[in-house]
Design a binder for this molecule. Structure first.
Ligand SMILES: [Zn+2]
Length: 179
């Protein structure tokens, strides 16, 4: 696994390209990493639904919770599944649509300047050791490829959208990735 900074792709992982991205503002390079938690349906793991959501193929009638999500245009650069597998949806060179209304240290619109990583999980259920193992391999590669992302600039969605978002939640053990 390695980062190709020309393409913005993580070589060696599954790529499922999302239509939900656009260009970063001119001259902006990633200098923040936003970690998220997601599960679909909420609390269920292992299904195809997160990838279906990020590719605009979530069937509204497959689960009652999908009605409100089926039309969303959202994505992330990467998803880390419960077994630690990584799927890439958007090039790091492009702007993925993961953080929504957000700010970090007074700077708004975190999607402009961040890489978004979704971990399959919930605020309540502990994340898997395999996911932390993947993060411990992945994060040094990203910090090397994008040196403006320092350890102190690895944050949670709840940090950039306080009061609006709670993920990755209290179930996420930050000492495993910041230590
Ligand atoms: Zn989130």
């Amino acid at each position: 696994m390695r980062v190709d900074v020309n393409t913005g792709l993580l070589v060696g992982v599954k790529q499922v390209l999302s239509p939900f991205f656009d260009e970063r503002p001119a001259g902006v390079v990633p200098d923040l990493l936003v970690l998220h938690g997601i599960s679909l349906p909420p609390g269920a793991f292992g299904g195809p639904w997160i990838a279906r959501l990020f590719t605009g193929n979530l069937p509204a009638d497959a689960h009652e919770s999908f009605h409100e999500r089926a039309g969303l245009r959202v994505s992330a650069h990467l998803l880390i599944r419960r077994d630690g597998e990584i799927v890439q949806f958007v090039s790091f060179n492009d702007r993925a649509w993961h953080a929504g209304r957000s700010a970090w240290q007074g700077r708004e619109a975190c999607n402009d300047y961040s890489i978004g990583i979704e971990c399959e999980g919930t605020d309540e259920v502990p994340y898997e050791a395999a996911q932390y193992a993947t993060l411990r391999k992945l994060l040094p590669l990203l910090l090397e490829a994008y040196p403006a992302i320092t350890r102190e600039r690895i944050v949670g969605h709840s940090d950039v959208a306080p009061g609006r978002k709670t993920d990755p939640g209290q179930s996420f053990d930050w000492s495993q990735v910041r230590g």
